[in-house]
Design a binder for this molecule. Structure first.
Ligand SMILES: C=CC1=C(C)c2cc3[nH]c(cc4nc(cc5[nH]c(cc1n2)c(C)c5CCC(=O)O)C(CCC(=O)O)=C4C)c(C)c3C=C
Ligand SMILES: [Fe+2]
Ligand SMILES: [Fe+2]
Length: 350
């Protein structure tokens, strides 16, 4: 039987066809988020979005809705707004997390210049602005058919990494022409990350005219229940701390793992940073440094909670010298980490 004639495919686009940009790859760095301003309403909007995420708070909605809307959102926006004011980037009118994430994206773009014009680097916030959906739109408009999402968390947690995925999938669900998608895995035990932390800690501590008796590696906490339900976050943090200890040649009691930023009445993973700081000061430790390996950018939880609140706890209980070691941010070692992770995950695409 004769084959039916193949319909001819026009070799050129019809004259009235809209222009198509194509063939590019987008890299989207995503960090947690920050309010649009420090006054009541922007603070409230930010906290409401954040604390309504079931990945962050999994309490049944009928129970959580009145607690959030009637109790937490009536007081916390003012209190936290005052804290944000103390760290605010007034020049740009934004939180430091935004400023630093933008800097990381700009530097990454420069570092990937050898890959040519077909790579576009951008950044977004999981909560607040610029939103993930708006940046995916922008990348697609620039011709990105492939998308690498980099959740800016070295340790995986459902409350951070997975919720970035959720938001990306929500957006993709609405798109007729979806980009191909990759999500970078956590890098809690990557040698480039451990070495970057070790070198930035050493450089910072060498500049002090005193030596710490103890260093705390303080990570953001999660409720103990989330760990019991199978979240690998605690194990990732423990491994980072162990590798850091090994790299720096420090014994267990000199570099200790702790967890900060507790929220609500539940039990969180332990030991708690603030209680450890207090106990160390009371036990006679005079010189203390704290590093925050789980934060890729300095933010309220590092600058204010560690640099101010925990410094005060230490000094008020007999401590003498205290230093908060800055996050990797967009420093050279920090950018080495982001570049290594990105290049590895782009393999096969570029
Ligand atoms: C139950 C609540 C929370 C969980 C679980 C949680 C996990 C978690 N958070 C980070 C990183 C950051 N959190 C930040 C602020 C912040 N976190 C919570 C609550 C939970 N976080 C709140 C309510 C806030 C806002 C401030 C406050 O009201 O206390 C920030 C700082 C943002 C900034 O703009 O500076 C970061 C970063 C991780 C890594 C994590 C779990 C692993
Ligand atoms: Fe948090
Ligand atoms: Fe906090």
């Amino acid at each position: 039987m004769a084959k039916p004639a193949r319909p001819s495919i026009p070799s050129e686009r019809p004259k009235d066809h809209p222009p198509i940009k194509s063939g590019r790859t987008g890299v989207l760095l995503v960090n947690l988020g920050t309010p649009d301003g420090t006054s009541y309403w922007p603070m409230r909007a930010y906290l409401k979005e954040f604390l309504s995420d079931t990945r962050v708070i999994d309490t049944p909605r009928w129970k959580w809705w009145p607690i959030l809307n009637l109790i937490i959102l009536s007081k916390r926006p003012q209190a936290k707004g005052r804290d944000y004011e103390t760290i605010w980037n007034t020049e740009r009118d934004e939180g430091p997390l935004k400023t630093i994430t933008r800097g990381q994206a700009e530097k990454l773009s420069e570092r990937l210049a050898d890959l040519g014009e077909d790579i576009v680097v951008d950044w977004a916030m999981r909560y607040g602005n610029p939103s993930i959906a708006s940046r995916i739109d922008a990348l697609q408009e620039q011709g990105c058919e492939r998308l690498l999402i980099v959740p800016m968390y070295p340790q995986y947690a459902a409350a951070t990494t997975a919720t970035v995925g959720d938001k990306v999938f929500d957006k993709l669900k609405t798109m007729r022409w979806q980009p191909s998608l990759r999500i970078a895995p956590p890098w809690h035990d990557d040698p480039v990350y451990i070495n970057a932390l070790a070198s930035s800690m050493t450089a910072h501590l060498d500049k002090l005219d005193w030596k710490p008796d103890v260093i705390l590696a303080s990570f953001h906490g999660i409720p103990q229940r989330y760990f019991d339900l199978g979240d690998p976050y605690y194990c990732h943090c423990s491994k980072t701390a162990r590798l850091l200890r090994e790299t720096l040649g420090l014994p267990d009691d000199k570099l200790r793992l702790t967890f900060q930023s507790l929220f609500g009445p539940e039990e969180w993973i332990k030991p708690y940073t603030d209680r450890t700081v207090e106990a160390l000061a009371k036990s006679g430790v005079k010189n203390l440094a704290i590093v925050n390996p789980g934060f890729t950018a300095d933010c309220l939880e590092t600058i204010e909670e560690i640099g101010v609140e925990n410094r005060d706890i230490f000094k008020n209980n007999g401590g003498v010298n205290f230093s908060a070691i800055p996050c990797l941010n967009d420093s050279d070692p920090g950018m080495d980490v982001i570049e290594t992770v990105t290049r590895r995950e782009l393999m096969g695409w570029v």
